[in-house]
Design a protein around this ligand. Structure first.
Ligand SMILES: [Cu+2]
Length: 139
């Protein structure tokens, strides 16, 4: 009875080691080719586009902002009147508050085409809710 139990234990240990080995192998395989498996790496044009948005009370200039898919964008946000900011939720980028006469630069790569909203992320008074613009990413 005791001997039999010992054999079962050995078998269990062998199975655990085998499963562990398979997991390690699978882990190594996926780690070597992340770009191929998930195709995460975005195709970029390699060109950095410098663009500017000026915020004022209450709006943005220019509006809309148009770029091409794959562009690496350096977006300079300035404020010529009041303290504002820019957030582009679809791209996960935001400035902090940009006060009058200041500037902040945000960088992103436009990996998908479409029309995305951006808006002011600093409560700036009466016209704040109207401070919206569109970022058009062309195919
Ligand atoms: Cu605002």
């Amino acid at each position: 009875m005791l001997k039999h139990r010992g054999d079962t234990m050995k078998q269990t240990i062998a199975v655990v080691i085998l499963v562990f080995g398979i997991l390690v192998l699978v882990g190594c395989t996926t780690n070597t080719q992340p770009a191929l498996v998930n195709n995460v790496v975005a195709q970029t044009t390699g060109e950095v586009k410098e663009m500017s948005i000026d915020a004022w009370s209450w709006g943005f200039t220019p509006e809309p902002v148009t770029i091409n898919k794959g562009d690496r964008v350096r977006l300079k946000v300035t404020s010529s009147q009041g303290t504002h900011g820019v957030t582009i939720p679809a791209l996960g980028v935001s400035t902090g508050p940009v006060s009058q006469g200041q500037e902040e630069i945000i960088e992103f790569t436009a990996t998908e085409s479409g029309t995305f909203e951006y808006f002011c992320n600093v409560p700036c008074g009466q016209g704040h809710r109207g401070m919206r613009g569109q970022l058009v990413v062309k195919e």
